[in-house]
Write a protein that binds this ligand. Structure first.
Ligand SMILES: [Mn+2]
Length: 430
């Protein structure tokens, strides 16, 4: 190569390195291993991860950020772990040379962190739970030329034990307030530790697995928002973050503009209440040290469909369904008939069985038959196939209060929620 041409190419290279674009993909709440009314979602997760890998390739993503709830339960089955590792391994063949995984409230810290050292070799950084040294949450992101282009404060779900010491006799409100303040203090420390990056114009991004006040929730997040899940306000966040990559809520939404704060939402519809949600991933484009946010819709690999009405109406609606997703659609059927009728109950069971046998594209996976002339209390124990799985813990507890005729229940429910949170927190710890 002649000197002139060589010089020309090195100028081009230097020019290219000076303003390279950096792209970050933000996703969360994979909930691998989730079962919906006892049906597994493995096929959906496989299709999602194929799509995600293709998107990472097509969009030239440099960094993948996953903001908690990797698995649905703390100790997932081996088949579930395999889906996760296969996906992470498949990224080696793409341009995405860095992955940051942070734990959520569903994740066990020890499950996520067990393979941490080995995952480092394929540039996957795992932060399952809060670190002893907060500075360990700060990760520099370099471009191909070794220049720091962004900084990620990788904050996992902060458990109560990470935030505060419990004080005996403390009221529920005090506890919530202390947790909220603990979360904000955590971000304040990170904001201070990353000040110098901001001064040099390097964008600082923070992750979080938490509930932000005013955000829209759906059924698949636990039905209660107490304790650690008491919302923090975006307005109270310390300065210095160019983007807040959030997980925890399953509905994709922007919850603040200063700093720009987004829930990517879950890639799958995790409950029937999410059937109309548009699932998406967010892409952050860093050019000239500015962050631009766009999103890409995730295809619905399986439709979830709720159908309500009397039996005749429901039959009509079911007959008019057209296949819209590659995998068979799952149906939640809610029938209400005016008058109790044992014969109709038998016809109803036959109808569901028959429908599921004859329809390759749809399957009723959840159903409920109610009669308007029967009270809920009458039908609850034995009737119409209702089981405890149809209710969350709080609903069952409220049902018990109904039966006992207890009307002044505000304090009782508040204490119950607190106990329930403690049980969930224990379940979610290693
Ligand atoms: Mn979640």
């Amino acid at each position: 190569m002649s000197g002139k041409i060589g010089y020309f190419f090195s100028v081009l290279l230097v020019f290219h390195l000076k303003t390279p674009q950096m792209k970050i993909l933000h996703t969360s709440d994979w909930h691998i291993g989730q079962r919906l009314h006892n049906n597994d979602r493995e096929e959906e997760h496989r299709l999602y991860f194929d799509w995600l890998r293709e998107t990472i390739e097509a969009q030239n993503i440099d960094l993948l950020l996953v903001c908690g709830d990797i698995f649905d339960i703390g100790f997932p089955a081996n088949g579930v772990l395999k889906i996760y590792y296969s996906f992470l391994t498949s990224l080696i063949a793409t341009n995405c040379h860095q992955v940051i995984i942070t734990g959520g409230n569903h994740d066990s810290v020890s499950t996520l962190e067990a393979p941490r050292e080995i995952l480092k070799f394929i540039n996957v950084t795992v932060l399952g739970g809060a670190t002893d040294e907060i500075a360990d949450e700060i990760i520099e992101i370099h471009d191909a030329g070794g220049k720091t282009r962004a900084v990620v404060c990788a904050v996992p779900y902060l458990r109560e034990k990470n935030l505060r010491k419990s004080v005996a006799g403390e009221s529920f409100d005090d506890r919530e307030k202390a947790i909220r303040e603990g979360i904000l203090y955590h971000y304040l420390q990170l904001s201070k530790l990353t000040e110098t990056y901001n001064e040099s114009g390097i964008p600082v991004i923070a992750t979080g697995h938490l509930y932000v006040q005013g955000a829209v929730i759906s059924e698949s997040e636990r039905g209660i928002y107490v304790g650690n899940q008491a919302g923090v306000s975006i307005a109270a966040f310390p300065p210095g973050f160019g983007y807040l990559a959030l997980g925890h809520l399953h509905r994709a939404q922007q919850v603040g503009s200063n700093p720009p704060a987004f829930y990517s939402g879950s890639p799958l519809m995790l409950s029937f209440s999410e059937q109309f949600d548009k699932k998406r991933i967010n892409i952050l484009d860093i050019s000239d040290d500015k962050i631009t946010v766009t999103d890409i819709k995730i295809p619905a690999f399986r439709k979830l469909i709720s159908i309500k009405g009397n039996l005749a109406e429901a039959k009509e609606k079911l007959a008019s369904l057209k296949p819209e997703s590659p995998l068979c659609g799952w149906i939640d059927l809610n029938i209400e008939e005016p008058v109790h009728d044992p014969l109709l109950m038998r016809l109803y069971d036959d109808f569901i069985e028959d429908f599921n046998l004859k329809n390759p594209h749809f399957r009723i996976i959840k159903d409920k038959l109610q009669f308007a002339d029967r009270s809920f209390q009458d039908t609850f124990p034995t009737d119409s196939g209702l089981t405890l799985n149809d209710f969350n813990e709080l609903q069952v507890f409220e049902k018990l209060l109904d039966q006992e005729g207890i009307l002044a229940r505000e304090d009782i429910i508040s204490n119950f929620k607190q106990l329930l949170q403690m049980v969930h927190d224990t379940e979610n710890q290693e």
